[in-house]
Ligand binder design. Sequence first.
Ligand SMILES: [Zn+2]
Length: 510
Amino acid sequence: MRRFIIVGVACVLALASLSVVPSAQQSNALTAAATALGAANIKSLQYTGSGANFSVGQNFTPNDPWPRVTVKSYTASINYDTGSMRLELLREMGTTMPRGGGAPFTGEQRQIQVVSGTYAWNVPVAPPAPAGGAPAAGGGGRGGAPPPAPAPAAAVERMLAMWATPQGFVKAAMTNNATERKAGGGTEVSFTVGGKYKMTGTINAQNQVERVRTWIDQPIVGDMLVETVYSGYKDFGGVMFPSRIAQTQDGYPSLDLTIASVTANPAVDIAVPDNVRAFQPPPVRVESQKMADGVYYLTGGTHHSLAVEMKDHIVLVDTPNDETRALAVIAKTKEVIPSKPIRYLVTSHHHWDHLGGIRAAIDEGATIVTHQTNKAFIERAAKTVHTLNPDRLSTSKKAVKIQTVGEVGKLTDGTRTIELYNITGYEHTADMMMIYLPKEKILAEADAFSPPATPTTSVVVSAVPYAAALYDNIQRRKLDVQTITPFHGGRTTDVAEVARNAGKSATTAQ
Ligand SMILES: [Zn+2]
């Protein structure tokens, strides 16, 4: 990356010094933007602001916006010459979590996200912010602090975010043979970075980068549009920069910042930590635990599944994360329940982490059993375009089969019955299903209660609100549950432990 950028800067200088640009049509708008934004002279940039970011893929229903989290401060430190960026966020949760999902936290949360070339990592931050001075850029991993956490899945998004900044966009366009065409009142500039990632931006009549569109791979929605709009350009101490940055992902707001300050050419030294450079993602692992005859709890990763053997087919609950995980879960299911087809895939709910392997289930030929509020979204997921990371369904193009469920649903073959109950009064998601096997007294649930490593033995004072919703719904439906197989956490649990975490000393159900 470094070499390309140096060439790019030279290119900007060369073009700026010519009164007549040779391939005028190809570079007029870019040259003007480079001059207006001072791109040639800006090798590194820091900007600060505040606003909000949003939990993408975690909406209350597929038709709701992403849940919003306040960002009290946001600092981006970019070194364009080395292709590195460090983001530091101080997020704040209000007294109540926003409706929908997203990693829960209370009070303030500091995050440090870094990218350099093709490497991405997060710097662990101790909960209370240090009183004197922030750690050095790209720091962490020294003096006994926990090592940086490799985040390879975030590398492309962060790399594109860096080149989507106004000055970054102009630099990247000039080094990647951008094409230009007139569009609206401005010029549309398009090029490809990193070999396959398309970037398209609009340069307006004031020679400002007004809008940048990039696409990243997402297992469900495919080539997902990330669109960033820059407005209110002003002179921040010699640098023209937008005073507002508004980004959407898959059509809903994902970042909204009001910029407070911009610094040109600060020292931004970001070195890839050794453990990040050496990191190899562990192989996908699926473990099965037999809960009853023909009932298997499939664990081994961050998100679990449940496989249930019926007379002449299999019902699988959740193909989470992505296609790789889903294919491993499907393979393990066929190993523990041989010679039967997976005829139904039940979704616990539509959040992207649990639904990530849905296209693998569709390709497998399973009918998707889901809450009625998800029908349109699953239909869309079955047809999304996946050019960045083609999956099996992009080739097979199998038609999706959907069976919707409202408040309650049932799958039975006369001998085994699987009951489905929508969890009501649940702010995490509207469509959450509890999956109940009445004969085996087993209940599967996602996100409502994820048991801690050490079992909870006394009533928890600050109750987990989602545990209360789960407990109330089990009581309301009068379900006789002996074992709960949660889709997160390292072990099974029971209603009594859910009750304790709901702040109730209640008796167990029936
Ligand atoms: Zn969820």
